[in-house]
Design a protein around this ligand. Structure first.
Ligand code: GLA
Length: 397
C-alpha cells in the first residue's frame, strides 16, 4: 500500500469507529514548504512555496438532520479520536480546543462566503508532523473547507478556499498568519512551485526542472515561542511600513529604504531590509528552478538564510549550524550542487534544500554524518515530491 492509501485506510477506519458506517467520499489537502519569500506574505509581496506529498485526508458522508436540526460531526483521528459536534443553524461558538476552533472557523467562513453548508460527518487523518513548519494546520483547514464545499455544492475556487482557511486561523485561533500556506495547499500544481502575489492573489505554476530534487530537513526542534514571535514580527513590519508611509513593505524600494531610514530604530530597519531583499530574490529563484541553475540557487538561498538569521532574527543557532553543514556539503560558487536555507516561520522546524537530483543523497549523508553526531536533537532529511493542491481522491488512486 502506498502512503496515501494507508492514510485513506486510516481515515476510513477512524470514520467507522466513530460513526459505525463507511464514509462515502475522501478529500486530500497537502502541506507546503516555502522555497523563497519568507515572512513576505503578510507584507503583500511575492512568495514561492510548493505543495508536497504529505497531507490531510478528510473522509466524509452526508448526515441526516436530527429532529429538524442539521449538525457537523467530526472526529480528529490523530488527536486521540477527539470529537466535535455543533449545529449548523445556530451561532458557531469557539471552544478552548485548537482543532475544534479551526474546524468551526472553517464552517463559519464557508457559510459566510459560500452559502449553506449541508450536514456532514467527517473523519480527519494526516501525516504532516505538527509544529514542524510544514503547514499541518493550513492543510487541515483547506482539507475541511474543500470537503465541505464540494459536499455542499458551493461555488468556490481555490482562492476562496484559501481565504476561508486563513480567516479561520486569523479569527478562530488568533494566529496572524498570511495567505501563503493556504494558497499552496489549495492551488499547488504537480511538479511545480507556486509563484504567488500575496496582494492580488494572482498566481502561476513554475515548473521545476527535472534535474532538481526537493529535500526537506526536519531539525527536530519544535517551535514553541513561534506564535507570539510571529505576531511581533508582523507588528514590527507594519510599524516600519507606517514609518515609510507605504501601505505595506512590498511598496518599499531599496533606495527608499536607505533614503528614509532616519528616525527608524536599527531593529526596524533590519526587519524592513529583510522583507525588501527577500522579495527581490523571489523571481531569480523562480528562474533558477526552471533552468535547474544550482549555482544561483546556492547563492540566493544562502542570502535568504543570512537575512532571516541576522535581519529578521527568526533562526536558531542549531538551525544555522544545520544549514551551514548542508551548504558545505553542496559547495558554493559556479560548481555548487544546490542551495539550502531555513523555511517557514522559523524558531526551529524545517530547512529546505533544492539540489541536483543525483546529489540528494549528499544532503542526507551530511545531516546524518556531519550534523547529528554533534547535535542534542537529531535532524532527519528526506526527498519529497511537489504535488497538486487540495482535491477529491479515490482510494485506489
Ligand atoms: C508561517 C505563516 C505564513 C508565512 C510564513 C513565513 O508559515 O503561516 O503565512 O508568514 O510563516 O513566511
Amino acid at each position: 500500500m502506498n502512503r496515501r492509501d494507508r492514510l485513506i485506510a486510516r481515515a476510513r477506519q477512524g470514520y467507522r469507529l466513530a460513526f459505525s458506517k463507511e464514509p462515502a467520499r475522501f478529500f486530500a489537502a497537502p502541506g507546503r514548504v516555502n522555497l523563497i519569500g519568507e515572512h513576505v506574505d503578510y507584507n503583500g509581496g511575492f512568495v514561492l512555496p510548493c505543495a508536497m506529498n504529505r497531507e490531510t485526508i478528510v473522509a466524509l458522508s452526508p448526515a441526516a438532520e436530527i429532529g429538524g436540526q442539521a449538525f457537523i460531526e467530526a472526529v480528529a483521528i490523530d488527536r486521540g479520536q477527539a470529537k466535535d459536534r455543533f449545529a449548523l443553524h445556530e451561532p458557531i461558538e469557539k471552544t478552548t480546543d485548537h482543532w475544534q476552533n479551526l474546524l468551526r472557523g472553517v464552517v463559519f467562513f464557508l457559510k459566510e462566503r459560500g452559502g449553506e453548508v449541508l450536514p456532514a460527518r467527517l473523519a480527519i487523518a494526516g501525516d504532516l508532523p505538527i509544529g514542524a513548519g510544514l503547514s499541518s494546520s493550513a492543510s487541515f483547514a483547506v482539507g475541511i473547507a474543500t470537503a465541505l464545499a464540494k459536499h455542499s455544492r458551493l461555488r468556490l475556487d481555490p482562492v476562496d478556499i484559501a481565504q476561508i482557511a486563513q480567516d479561520a486561523e486569523n479569527h478562530f485561533l488568533g494566529t496572524q498568519c498570511g495567505i501563503m500556506d493556504q494558497m499552496a495547499s489549495a492551488a499547488g500544481e504537480a511538479d511545480s512551485a507556486l509563484l504567488l502575489d500575496c496582494r492580488s492573489l494572482e498566481h502561476m505554476p513554475i515548473p521545476v526542472a527535472k534535474t532538481l530534487s526537493l529535500v526537506i530537513i526536519d531539525s527536530g526542534i519544535r517551535r514553541e515561542l513561534a506564535a507570539s514571535a510571529f505576531n511581533d514580527r508582523r507588528k514590527e513590519c507594519e510599524a516600519a511600513a507606517a514609518h515609510f508611509g507605504v501601505a505595506s513593505l512590498r511598496d518599499l524600494t531599496s533606495e527608499a529604504l536607505e533614503a528614509g531610514r532616519q528616525g527608524l530604530s536599527n531593529k526596524a530597519y533590519a526587519r524592513a531590509r529583510h522583507v525588501v531583499s527577500e522579495i527581490a530574490r523571489v523571481e531569480p529563484v523562480a528562474t533558477a528552478l526552471v533552468t535547474g541553475d544550482t549555482a544561483a540557487l546556492a547563492q540566493l538561498m544562502r542570502a535568504s538564510h543570512v537575512s532571516l538569521r541576522d535581519d529578521f532574527e527568526v533562526s536558531l543557532p542549531q538551525v544555522d549550524r544545520l544549514v551551514d553543514v548542508v551548504a558545505a556539503a553542496l559547495g558554493s560558487g559556479p560548481g555548487a550542487m544546490g542551495g539550502v536555507r531555513m523555511t517557514g516561520a522559523g524558531f526551529g522546524g524545517c530547512c529546505v534544500a533544492l539540489v541536483r537530483s543525483d546529489e540528494a543523497e549528499r544532503v542526507i549523508d551530511a545531516v546524518e554524518n556531519d550534523y547529528n553526531p554533534l547535535a542534542d536533537i537529531p535532524a532527519s532529511a528526506e526527498v519529497y515530491s511537489l504535488t497538486g493542491g487540495a482535491r477529491e481522491v479515490t482510494p485506489d488512486q
